[in-house]
Write a protein that binds this ligand. Structure first.
Ligand code: PAF
Length: 285
């Protein structure tokens, strides 16, 4: 497995990489969710291609009061895990190498990023779109793999690729969960034992809400949101950021409960913000 930290070195090398190139952008602290993305990348690289993973805690997607400083950075363990999966190349630049002094160009998605996490984390998706654009230019992948846990991020990246004509196919991979249903996240490690015990409520409420939609025991998005809020509040340590019933394409609030729709939640446990979602593509699933 090759390790590169210089954007210029990577850009020089990219031209000669065996294709297809399958790329997984990460911020490191790799868990089984990330490893599922890398496994998918290996599949699409199909033996003769190249699997590239970036490990970069991107400062521009963190707000001033967010967890950039304390975000876990177990780089050696990450490299061991990636080597074990047969990853070909790891790109791990420093922030100084990625962002030049007085960098003044940002990539701004102006529609999908206004709601859900975008409303709670101003500027977050500008940071994501800018770094993903830079990474796509450096890696020049044929495929890029993202988790469906960050449903809004995936929708925005698909829009970025469509609107800016990146020759990259975006692949979404289902959320990997702990045995009790909690979605895998590097931020789960911040939870105290009491918070960790209550955190599976996100998935439980989403599943129960999806059943209510399928069985038509709720009639409107407003009624569903109200029910989900009350169910989440059953966990004493849960502090709701948002509960939404949205169109999976536009991410706007749905006026009816007719699928396709995405049920999405963001909940604080102490200072730790957890997100999860469930997609209903049709009334059966
Ligand atoms: O999902 C993430 O880990 C990050 O938002 C990403 C896509 C690696 C960009 O920094």
């Amino acid at each position: 497995m090759r390790l590169i930290d210089s954007p210029a070195d990577l850009q020089r090398l990219t031209r000669s990489l065996p294709r297809p190139v399958a790329f997984v952008p990460t911020m490191g602290a790799l868990h089984r969710g990330h490893l599922a993305l890398v496994t998918r990348a290996k599949e699409v690289a199909a033996g003769s291609g190249t699997t590239v993973v970036s490990v970069f805690v991107n400062p521009t997607q963190f707000g001033p009061n967010e967890d950039f400083q304390r975000y876990p950075r177990p780089f050696e363990q990450d490299c061991e895990k990636l080597a074990g999966l047969g990853c070909d190349l790891v790109f791990a630049p420093s922030a100084e190498a990625m962002y030049r002094p007085y960098a003044s160009v940002i990539v701004h998605e102006s529609s999908l990023s206004r709601t859900l996490c975008g409303a709670s984390r101003p500027g977050h998706f500008d940071g994501v779109c800018t770094v993903v654009t830079k990474l796509f230019h450096l890696v020049q992948p044929d495929f890029a793999i993202f988790g469906q846990k960050d449903f809004q991020q995936l929708a925005i990246i698909r829009r970025l690729v469509r609107d800016l004509d990146f020759p990259v196919e975006i692949i979404g991979v289902p959320t990997v969960r702990e045995a009790d249903g909690l979605a895998m996240s590097s931020r789960n490690d911040y939870l105290s034992p009491e918070e960790r015990a209550q955190a599976p409520i996100l998935h439980q409420v989403l599943e129960a809400a999806a059943t209510r939609v399928r069985e038509k025991t709720v009639l409107s998005p407003d009624q569903l949101v109200k029910w989900m809020r009350a169910a989440l509040e059953e966990a004493p340590l849960a502090n709701i950021d948002y509960v939404a019933v949205a169109d999976p394409e536009t991410l706007e609030a749905k006026p009816t409960l007719t699928p396709p729709l995405v049920l999405a939640v963001a909940v604080y446990f102490g200072r730790t913000r957890l997100i999860d979602n469930t997609l209903l593509e049709s009334i059966d699933g």
